[in-house]
Design a protein around this ligand. Sequence first.
Ligand code: ZN
Length: 395
Amino acid sequence: MRRIAAKYLYTLTSAEPLENGFVEVDEDGEVVRVGVSEDPSLEEEWYDGALVPGFVNAHCHVELSYLKGRFSKGTGMAGFIDQINALRDTSSRPRKIAALKEQMDLMWKAGVTAMADISNCDDSFEVKASHPMYTRTFLEVFGTEPEDCQAIIEDVRNLRARAQSFGLDAAPTPHSCYTMSPELITRSSIEGLNSGFLSFHSEESPEEEEMLMHGSGPLWENRKAAGMSTPPVTGEISLKYFLARLIAGLESPVEGNVLLVHEVCLDEYGASLARRILAHPFFAVCPRSNLFIHNALPPIDLMRRSGIPICVGTDSLSSNDSLDMVSELRCLQENFSDVPLGEMLIWACRNGAEFLGKSGRFGTIEPLKRPGIVLIGGLSPEGRLTDASASRRLV
Ligand SMILES: [Zn+2]
């Protein structure tokens, strides 16, 4: 039995920490008891910091880890896509696998217990299968030409079989409104929701909104210049278009956990539609990626008011300098200073676990769970994150 105590213990059953809290865990990392220390000076293992459950990185593309440091910032979405296309296959498979393993190990050490990860190929499967971190793999599809839809669905079914042969939880997921034919969005969503989960890049940039609403803008021009078919111009927000593609093939409200990733351009109307049409919607915010690509941030206050649970992701090293959850939270704190640390931790731990259907095991520090125990050090005297704040896994 190990007993760990600290200035703050965030069990995340609420947003308030226990001051001078302790947690006892057994050899398997299972939480046995939580409480408040009567005399912190008598604790054998005591930290000047915050104990939190293991993080859930709700949005990553770990297979893109080999692209670290190679992208220019502030290019906007169209420029970003050009860079991805130019750099995607510039590294050998062994180097790609070594890079993603290094990043998974770093994330694990920094306290990431579980991850919702996007995969376009099988590069990450073997590493994930033997890694202590729990992953759910979203096998992402895209394709703008309607006639390619059937072949893409067959390919992704093969990729799913391969993922499952490694014992991974994996299912197809659609990429975004601007990279897919209408029928492929519907077909791949049905495939994905058979597993109970979907992760979708939604309203990531003003360029996406302009493309869907008005049939213009840099992303529209980019797609046209590449000779690709573009989605129908609806005059409506792209989130509405996506939801319409879902209920073109599924009953409303649509069952399953649906993660709307980014939502930089979310408005009140979109949030209310998501609440009405999706039985279990979630948001994933990736603030440092949004700043990297187009110097924008999601409307956090609107998201908080919407009642839809917020999760936190790092996105990939093609649009971020590190896959570090504390850096994401610090970025949120810098830009939305009225959000308490405990609430942000609920986003980064508990809500992600709930999205993954793993709240019985992860996300809070409670008896019978095995969430991992993580220390965040370098807090201010008021218990806020500082430039010195960093996390490390204790259990
Ligand atoms: Zn992404």
